[in-house]
Design a protein around this ligand. Structure first.
Ligand SMILES: C[S@@+](CC[C@H](N)C(=O)[O-])C[C@H]1O[C@@H](n2cnc3c(N)ncnc32)[C@H](O)[C@@H]1O
Length: 283
């Protein structure tokens, strides 16, 4: 009898551990274990990401690219930043839009996700730049972009408020912000917000005209604009808005297979896939 009870207790403990592991690593994608774990999991999962997500081209057009183009009309050549770009979902939707004539910078901290992003967008590499770097410290000037997006990512960030503040800092006054609010909150205590909390957070960051829109089962789209008004930035080359991680100056220039800072001499490697590798120089 004691043996049976012992075995039962052991089985229960093992099941509990498996459930805890599943919750920590799969359901919540490592966010309770810190940024390194989140990024390591995305690195691991990158080859299967597009297959699992299976984004429909028409829906991406209809629910992402079209509304962005409508919101910035009649401007057609914005400079766009996609924070936590993953495998390049948002850049791809914009590049496929017949009216889009702008440029996109996609930033992510998973080098493997960016490998697939660069592959997915290789035919657009004149107008799309991918940067390996952290969302918590965006390597760009203030007011540098016409549009900033961050989709399906804030709840996997260990410091989402810092990321939101950074998104708004680099957006020009009057520029368009599109982020997502997780609405399936059951398994992520403390990592998601109610609509009221989210709106308040955006307002505290300097966002006006906040508007929540139904989108998917797990997410709402949240639109807003940075308070104030400034002329459009337009499709400038990335070198004009990127800040050097060494001296925070604007001196980074392409120099063969790497970038060099005119100010402090720092060298930034560029991967064979064209990704600008700032992450190891950022922390
Ligand atoms: C669910 S994916 C979303 C990717 C893409 N936005 C999309 O909608 O398909 C979340 C992304 O956030 C990235 N990420 C997580 N924490 C990050 C951080 N601190 N800085 C930059 N990217 C981060 C991950 O590497 C991953 O690519």
């Amino acid at each position: 009898m004691t043996d049976v009870l012992g075995l039962l207790a052991l089985a229960l403990a093992a099941a509990g551990l498996i459930a805890l592991g599943w919750w920590l690593l799969v359901a919540t994608e490592g966010v309770y274990l810190g940024r390194r774990v989140v990024v390591a999991l995305y690195d691991l999962f990158a080859p299967r990401y597009d297959c699992v997500k299976n984004y429909y081209r028409e829906y991406e057009q209809m629910y992402l690219a079209d509304p962005i183009m409508r919101a910035i009309a009649p401007h057609r050549s914005p400079l766009v930043l996609d924070v936590a770009t993953g495998t390049g979902r948002l850049p791809l939707a914009l590049m496929r839009h017949p009216d889009f004539q702008g440029r996109v910078i996609g930033l992510d901290l998973s080098r493997q996700m960016l490998k697939f992003a660069a592959r997915n967008l290789s035919v657009y590499d004149e107008r799309v730049t991918f940067i390996w770097g952290p969302a918590e410290r965006l390597p760009f000037d203030d007011d540098a972009f016409d549009v900033v997006t961050c989709l399906e990512a804030l709840e996997f960030m260990t410091r989402p408020e810092v990321v939101l503040r950074e998104c708004v800092r680099v957006l020009r006054p009057g520029g368009l912000l599109l982020v997502t609010q997780r609405i399936n909150t059951r398994l992520m205590p403390g990592k998601t917000w109610t609509s009221g909390q989210f709106q308040a957070l955006l307002e505290a960051c300097g966002v006006v005209d906040g508007r929540v829109q139904i989108w998917q089962v797990d997410y709402r789209k949240v639109w807003g604009r940075k308070a104030g008004d400034a002329p459009a930035v337009g499709a400038r080359p990335p070198a004009e808005v990127i800040r050097c991680p060494g001296c925070a100056g604007r001196g980074l220039r392409p120099d063969g297979k790497r970038w060099r800072c005119d100010g402090c001499g720092m060298l930034v490697p560029v991967g064979s896939d064209g990704v600008l590798e700032l992450a190891p120089l950022c922390d």
